[in-house]
Ligand binder design. Structure first.
Ligand code: 5GP
Ligand code: ZN
Length: 135
């Protein structure tokens, strides 16, 4: 089986599972960026945001909310990030849709890129219009 997350879903590769239901599976990330880093996947294979069925994405988010609250109770982090990567430019390395649940603590080592781009409101309006046209 070429997809590692499909292999985990099928029980053919090991994983520290925290939640399973009909549509989703949640398990510990093998290389955690913080203690309690969990991945939530749909059982069905989708590459990423571009092809996932919205109903499956909704099921993943339901599980994500549920598991995140359990992580909070279990580990008492100061905060939490959700992270989803689609395609290599966005750091996707496993091409089976997944959401990262990343507990955060004040003073932890995790850094997100802090740069923001100063942008004219007219540019925001123009980009918003291009997106709206496709909705
Ligand atoms: P991405 O960069 O695609 O958003 O995240 C992929 C994640 O999957 C990484 O955080 C990586 O540590 C995790 N990962 C890769 N292979 C395995 C594996 O075999 N088992 C588990 N539990 N996590 C994995
Ligand atoms: Zn897969």
């Amino acid at each position: 089986m070429s997809c590692i997350f499909c292999a985990i879903v099928a029980g053919k590769a090991p994983a520290a599972v925290v939640w399973e239901d009909e549509e989703t599976l949640a398990f510990m990330d093998i290389n955690p960026v913080s203690q309690g880093h969990v991945l939530v996947v749909p059982k069905e294979h989708y590459r990423n945001l571009y092809d996932i069925d919205p109903e499956s994405a909704a099921a993943v988010m339901r599980t994500t909310v549920r598991v995140a609250r359990a992580v909070r109770e279990a580990l008492r982090p100061d905060g939490m990030n959700l992270f989803q990567s689609s395609e290599r430019a966005a750091f996707q390395s496993v091409f089976h849709f997944h959401v990262h649940i990343i507990p955060r603590w004040f003073g932890d080592e995790l850094r997100l890129p802090p740069q923001v781009q100063r942008t004219d409101f007219s540019v925001l309006q123009e980009i918003a219009a291009r997106i709206r046209e496709r909705l």
